[in-house]
Design a protein around this ligand. Structure first.
Ligand code: DGL
Length: 250
């Protein structure tokens, strides 16, 4: 099976990492819209327009399935993308909600949703969680963490102070945290430490693997996956980041 992975930039590589670890695909075609990242501060119409333009890119390839690794795209543009494509288009919000349900049975559990401004504004995670009976929710737009990850600051003083900036006012430690942004799995260690290991973290990459394995028939596991990385700007930079982030899985 050949899969396309779309993200606003390099962040979706965190989802690719999970796909590679589980050896699900014969080929992965990745497209990051690095010329126009970040999407998380843009409005709905722009996010939808950019996402439909990304579909044009994937017309150059014979893919069986498209994963939108970007939470912001998943929150706003899935319906339109599905209308305009012949293959399945899967986002990360629904898998994230289902992964939360599988991890936390208690519907009174306190859940902290982290994402970009746009993702939080969409209320997409809250809607999905409410439908499953989870109502003890708190969503925080933590967009500053995106450039911090892009800078490679996966730990240290700058990251610690931004975590404090966003979480310092929380009265209680959340039972679970949804990492509702492609970049946040890269700093999951620091987030986990900040909450002293007491919160269960939900990672889009792992969530999507769980979802795919449930909904598709993966009889073959691929020891080697052919990966092709494309970007709307500085593809070399994206390929370099892919080597660093994906390391041995590549
Ligand atoms: N990929 C985006 C997301 O997961 C984060 C970066 C951006 O704002 O474009 O929401």
């Amino acid at each position: 099976m050949r899969v396309g992975v779309f993200d606003s930039g390099v962040g979706g590589l965190s989802v690719v990492k999970s796909l590679l670890e589980h050896k699900l695909f014969e080929e992965i075609i990745y497209f990051g819209d690095t010329a126009r990242v970040p999407y998380g501060v843009k409005d709905q119409n722009t996010i939808i327009r950019y996402s439909l333009e990304a579909l044009e890119f994937f017309k150059n390839f014979d893919i069986d399935l498209l994963i939108t690794a970007c939470n912001t795209v998943s929150a706003y543009a899935l319906d339109e993308m599905r209308l305009h494509s012949e293959y399945d288009v899967i986002g990360v919000v629904e898998p994230g909600v289902l992964a939360l349900k599988n991890a936390i049975a208690d519907t009174d559990a306190s859940i902290l949703i982290l994402g970009t401004k746009a993702t939080v504004k969409s209320g997409a995670y809250e809607k999905g969680l409410n439908e499953l009976g989870y109502n003890n929710l708190n969503a925080k737009a933590t967009g500053l963490l995106v450039p911090i990850v892009e800078e490679g600051l996966y730990e240290g003083e700058v990251l610690e102070s931004v975590l404090h900036h966003y979480f310092g006012d929380l009265n209680t430690t959340p039972d679970a945290i949804i990492l509702g942004c492609t970049h946040f799995p890269l700093i999951s260690g620091a987030i986990e430490r900040y909450f002293e290991g007491k919160s269960t973290l939900i990672h889009s990459g792992e969530a999507i693997v769980e979802y795919l394995e449930k909904h598709y028939d993966f009889t073959t596991r691929y020891e080697h996956t052919e990966c092709k990385f494309f970007a709307s700007e500085n593809p070399e930079g994206l390929r370099r980041t892919a080597k660093i982030w994906l390391g041995e899985t590549l």
